[in-house]
Unconditional design. Structure first.
Length: 304
């Protein structure tokens, strides 16, 4: 195996350990500069199941076989230290050490997340479609979570407009959730991109969707929240986006919620009334994007 294959397989082996903390594993690899070295030290500890360096070699070999099987199934496997890893995810605390993909993964991808309630109103769906269509026509990637409601409307509108859309999902990439979106997910994989931070066969869980929201926020340069209740995942994403230094756009529909009224007091939040104002806010945000791709140092945005 070449060095890159060994490093990627070593990362998989590290993350496959029972109770492995993915963020801590990534940090340790960053500090030491080698996943293989970290694996060797980890399994050499007396409190682990593995006692010697031969175990590390066996684990790397098994992980490399597993990666080859994923790739044979058409799944892209990307470690955070790979050149092909999305640049915009490298700067967030929740960066997935390992990312799985189907479709056209790009190192630099200027995208805006359009998110909202699964039980969306007709007006919310209309706004989501209008925003996604406008973004797609302007060459901006529409990012969403492939959930029912607002997410589905945004993805579908971007595709109808002939634009690029990226689905960040909360299950393994071999899974379909909700099942009704199987065709949509496969279509996005054919013409856009589907990404997941979870093992390919992982089922949905209560924890996986907030984790998905963190990656979606990090992947996008901004988040538009069309509709969201007090317990919505879109609310979580709005909070994470501000933590990531990404601006957030809140519609008048969202401003009916107490959480949105509190969020609106933060720098970096645009409050808009109507589709025209929403698109103006998005245009303003995109105008601040750095000319060099992959740079994620956004200015402080004044409250709108």
């Amino acid at each position: 195996m070449d060095t890159a294959t060994i490093e990627r397989a070593s990362l998989v082996a590290l993350l496959r350990r029972p109770q492995a903390r993915w963020s801590e594993s990534a940090l340790e690899i960053q500090e030491n500069g080698s996943a293989r070295a970290v694996l060797g030290r980890t399994i050499g500890h007396s409190d682990t199941l593995f006692a010697d360096a031969d175990s590390a070699t066996a684990l790397v070999s098994a992980a490399a076989t597993e990666i080859a099987g994923w790739k044979a199934d058409g799944i892209g496997v990307h470690a955070f230290f790979d050149d092909a890893y999305p640049a915009q995810l490298l700067g967030i605390r929740e960066m997935p050490p390992l990312l799985f993909s189907r479709g056209d993964l790009r190192v630099h991808d200027r995208g805006v997340a359009v998110v909202g309630s699964r039980r969306a109103s007709d007006e919310g769906l209309r706004i989501a479609r209008a925003v996604a269509t406008t973004l797609a026509v302007r060459g901006v990637t529409v990012v969403s979570g492939l959930a029912a409601g607002i997410d589905t409307a945004a993805h579908s509108a971007a595709l109808t407009a002939g634009g690029r859309t990226v689905a960040v999902i909360g299950t393994g990439i071999r899974r379909y959730y909700p099942p009704a979106n199987q065709h949509l997910q496969d279509h996005i994989a054919e013409v856009g991109l589907v990404i997941s931070q979870f093992w390919p066969d992982a089922p949905p869980s209560r924890q996986s969707f907030p984790m998905r929201n963190a990656v979606m926020s990090g992947y996008a340069v901004a988040t538009v929240v069309v509709e969201a209740g007090e317990t919505s995942g879109a609310r979580i994403q709005a909070r994470l986006a501000l933590q990531h230094g990404r601006p957030v756009v809140l519609t008048s529909q969202v401003m009916q919620c107490d959480w949105a009224k509190t969020f609106a007091e933060n720098p970096g939040v645009y409050v808009v009334h109507g589709t025209a104002q929403l698109l103006e806010a998005v245009d303003d945000i995109l105008s601040y994007q750095p000319t060099e791709p992959g740079l994620e140092n956004f200015p402080d945005f004044a409250l709108r």
